[in-house]
Design a protein around this ligand. Structure first.
Ligand code: ADP
Length: 520
């Protein structure tokens, strides 16, 4: 999938004079099957959904152990080759499997390093390798008859639990904070050293505390390996929650765009008191509907204009959704036990005449809401990904800022962002994942990647949104690879230099993904 559009991207990978020698060493050390330079493979790993050309890697490696990852990093240092690690590479809208720039060597950890090493039923955690996906962990827990559950993303079931946590992704249930659930890692640093963080660093015969103690001796290093290029994480402990006897998803909606102010004001106390244990999603109409429909006006508009208000209203009506749709879940001993809590929730939202309760029987019949329902129940589903069919051409870029949980601010921001999308002829699609103080706004720009004009507008739209949020001190929580350098340049120089200095200390030859999150 290649567009003819040219966009500023990361600089090209350094000339790889030692590339042939690197490949020869790798074939010898890992075996020929662990090294691919086949054209079809490189094309596939280079594909992404962003409005810039594909980034074809020079090779793909498939290590099977931490020792093999260490050999790869050591060889990359010897031959000055640049690597790009992925767990499962399902980072759709953010770069997928493709490296920072053409010519880097993708290290695909997921193919062979996909073991659930331990499930600790008593303490509630698992230890996993990078290739363990939401689906495979779900299956493994079921197979073991485990009492534990995880909170999958609403994205691809084949996405990696660890990869998602390292990129600060989130899920839908009570254990939605994926990086927050990580405790204790094993990492191959850019200089080839292997370290274990937390209590795993102790010289001892066993490590009882590695995956339970976050407050170990010395600086907390786990965070260094999120959204960075200092090391390759080869295993980690991830906390799971005890599955409640009953999970009751709930749904409400508000009819108009301008109702967001009241919605946010009513959602905030539900999180601040922890009355609702899951995160609460406040999702707009088109974000949900796009998973079930394609844009009915695309043929006539040629994708140049945003969908009309009339067509949007007709779609809302067809699916029984409002401009804003609220969802979350309550936990309890049984459906009957949760019923009084649902009544309290209804009474709470009834303080606004604009908010309507969607009873479970009605919600079940609305296909787009079923995606959220599964998510709260902890069942992986690829439902949200279907929104890529909203327009032809499979393009999507994710813009992921946050906002304070303040109704007025939320309202101002949505108005402004909606207008920026309109100016660029794209639909405004957002899901606000609300906590007690902060909501992450998952904005998905869906565009035709085969249409250079539309791809260029998506690119400009992303940059305009980012610039406008940045004016108010609102930064992104994750970024597509093609915008990471752009975002790094929005920061104060001291922090950029600090990130680069850590890079030089841990990866002096810059072999791991130079340019990732703007770090060189
Ligand atoms: P997912 O499939 O869960 O979306 P990816 O494999 O696409 O995750 O990885 C998401 C991001 O995290 C990418 O930028 C990737 O470089 C980084 N990443 C993934 N796994 C690792 C790892 N084990 N060590 C270091 N960085 C990683």
């Amino acid at each position: 999938m290649q567009t003819s559009t040219t966009f500023p991207s990361a600089p090209p990978a350094a000339p790889e004079s030692g590339f042939d020698a690197f490949i020869k060493d790798m074939r010898g050390e890992l075996g020929p099957d662990a090294v691919s330079i086949a054209g079809e493979t490189l094309d596939r790993y280079g594909e992404h959904t962003l409005p810039s050309p594909d980034n074809r890697p020079a090779a793909v490696l498939y290590p099977a152990s931490t020792t093999e990852v260490q050999r790869i990093v050591q060889a990359a240092n010897r031959h000055k080759v640049q690597l790009f690690p992925i767990s499962t590479g399902q980072n759709i809208g953010l770069g997928s499997k493709s490296p920072m720039c053409p010519g880097q060597v993708v290290v695909d950890l997921g193919r062979h390093m996909n073991r659930v090493i331990e499930v600790n039923e008593v303490l509630g955690y698992c230890e996993v390798e990078p290739g363990v996906s939401f689906q495979s962990l779900y299956d493994e827990l079921n197979k073991r008859g485990s009492r534990l559950m995880m909170s999958p993303t609403a994205g691809p079931p084949q996405g990696s639990l660890l990869g998602n946590a390292l990129d600060k992704g989130g899920g839908g249930g009570a254990a939605a904070d994926h990086f927050g659930s990580v405790c204790g890692m094993e990492v191959v640093l850019g200089n080839g050293d292997i370290i274990r963080t937390g209590d795993g660093s102790l010289q001892a015969a066993e490590h009882l505390n590695w995956h339970v103690s976050k407050y170990s001796f010395g600086p907390a290093l786990d965070g260094l390996f999120t959204q960075s290029n200092y090391g390759i994480v080869t295993r980690a402990g991830i906390w799971l929650m005890l599955r409640p006897p009953h999970i009751e998803p709930f749904f409400f909606s508000a009819a108009d765009d301008d109702d967001l102010d009241e919605v946010i004001e009513l959602v905030r106390p539900l999180k601040q008191t922890n009355f609702v244990p899951t995160q609460i999603r406040v999702t707009n109409d088109l974000y949900l509907i796009a998973a079930a429909e394609s844009n009915p006006e695309y043929t006539t508009s040629g994708g140049r204009t945003q969908i009309s208000d009339e067509a949007r209203r007709a779609l809302q009506h067809k699916h029984g959704l409002g401009s804003w749709n609220i969802s979350g879940a309550l936990f309890g001993a049984s459906k009957q036990a949760v019923a009084p809590q649902i009544d309290r929730l209804r009474a709470h939202f009834a303080k606004s005449s604009k908010i309507r309760y969607i009873p479970p029987e009605e919600a079940q019949a609305v296909a787009p809401l079923d995606i959220a329902r599964k998510n709260y129940l902890g069942i992986p589903s690829d439902g949200e990904l279907r929104m890529l069919n909203w327009r032809p051409g499979g393009g999507t870029a994710w813009f992921l800022p946050g906002m304070p949980m303040n109704g007025l601010i939320a309202h101002q921001m949505q108005k402004h962002a909606r207008e920026i999308c309109r100016q660029h002829g794209l639909e405004y699609m957002v899901s606000n994942v609300c906590g007690p103080r902060f909501a992450r706004g998952v904005h998905t720009l869906v565009f035709n990647r085969n249409d250079p004009d539309e791809a260029a507008r998506a690119d400009q739209c992303y940059r305009a949104l980012a610039a406008s949020y940045a004016e108010r001190g609102v930064f992104v929580g994750r970024a597509p690879t093609m915008y990471q350098q752009f975002h790094q340049e929005q920061r104060m120089s001291g922090i950029v230099q600090a990130c680069d200095a850590i890079k030089r200390a841990l990866d002096p030859n810059g072999v791991i993904a130079p340019g990732k999150y703007g770090i060189r």
